[in-house]
Design a binder for this molecule. Structure first.
Ligand SMILES: Nc1ncnc2c1ncn2[C@@H]1O[C@H](COP(=O)(O)OP(=O)(O)OP(=O)(O)O)[C@@H](O)[C@H]1O
Ligand SMILES: [Mg+2]
Length: 239
């Protein structure tokens, strides 16, 4: 890893509409991105969270070795899905410019750009994959080692379509078929839909063709269910 030990942890506000082009050094108006989170910053005391972090690290490393690999982090609000997935993005490495005008030549972490990609499901489905956009999924070709799609299942209803549920499946199919059957591209999905085998709401939402592609990408043990863990937002508010 290329993080200096004592760099400050930064949380950045996500400006509206700022483009985020993974794999390229960020320019000032693209400092949209992700809060800088490392696994070593996190509380991994809970064995299920620790297990999730290990699966994520294995997933990242498989993709860096060129093996398209996926995992799913499912669970209720506040258990830490976005936080863990963000740490996975940074774990893949980042491009960080030097502060050339400073004597000690420190790295300028405020301009760091992770090599892996983070997208909110709603942005992917409702903006990028809107047919009038002509968006091409060329992530692997652009050298992005894998993509996190955060909050699958929290997409807004697709507008102006007769059958939004089928259209949602069709848009996910473009991504999942590209990832599992086309170029080969690792995906880390987070969702608050259940992935319990008895009542798999994620599978019901995405449909069988998509679910089959998820299973192809995700090795055994990489569908992680964090159901039953506490909501950290509630805990941190002192309730
Ligand atoms: N392992 C952890 N160590 C320390 N803090 C954590 C950890 N996991 C989560 N948090 C903190 O808990 C809060 C909620 O986490 P997070 O946003 O990742 O939850 P989530 O599962 O993505 O929730 P949602 O489904 O609502 O998006 C955040 O403020 C985050 O900083
Ligand atoms: Mg989240």
């Amino acid at each position: 890893m290329i993080y200096p030990k004592d760099h400050p942890r930064k949380t950045r506000q996500r400006p509206k509409f700022a483009p985020y082009r993974p794999g390229e050094p960020a320019t000032t108006d693209q400092i949209t991105m992700l809060p800088l989170i490392k696994f070593s910053d996190l509380d991994l005391l809970n064995p299920r969270i620790e297990h999730a972090s290990r699966v994520l690290i294995e997933t990242v490393e498989a993709n860096l070795r060129g093996i398209p690999t996926g995992c799913v982090l499912a669970g209720p609000h506040g258990v830490g899905k976005t936080t863990l997935a963000t740490a996975a993005v940074w774990h893949a490495g980042a491009r960080v410019p030097w502060l050339v005008d400073e004597e000690d030549g420190r790295l300028d972490w405020s301009l760091a750009s992770p090599v892996a990609q983070y997208i909110k499901a709603n942005e992917l489905i409702n903006k990028l994959l809107d047919p009038k956009n002509d968006y091409e999924i060329d992530w692997q070709e652009r050298g992005i080692p894998f993509t996190v799609i955060d909050d699958v299942g929290l997409e807004q209803t697709i507008q102006f379509m007769k059958d939004p549920a089928t259209e949602l499946q069709r848009r996910y199919y473009q991504v999942l078929d590209y990832a599992a059957e086309g170029a080969g591209h690792g995906l880390i999905l987070t969702t608050n839909r259940s992935i319990d085998p008895a009542a798999n709401a994620l599978r019901a939402m995405l449909g069988e063709a998509n679910w089959s592609r998820i299973l192809k990408l995700c090795p055994k043990g990489s569908l992680i269910d964090l159901n039953g863990l506490p909501d950290r937002r509630v805990a941190s508010s002192g309730r």
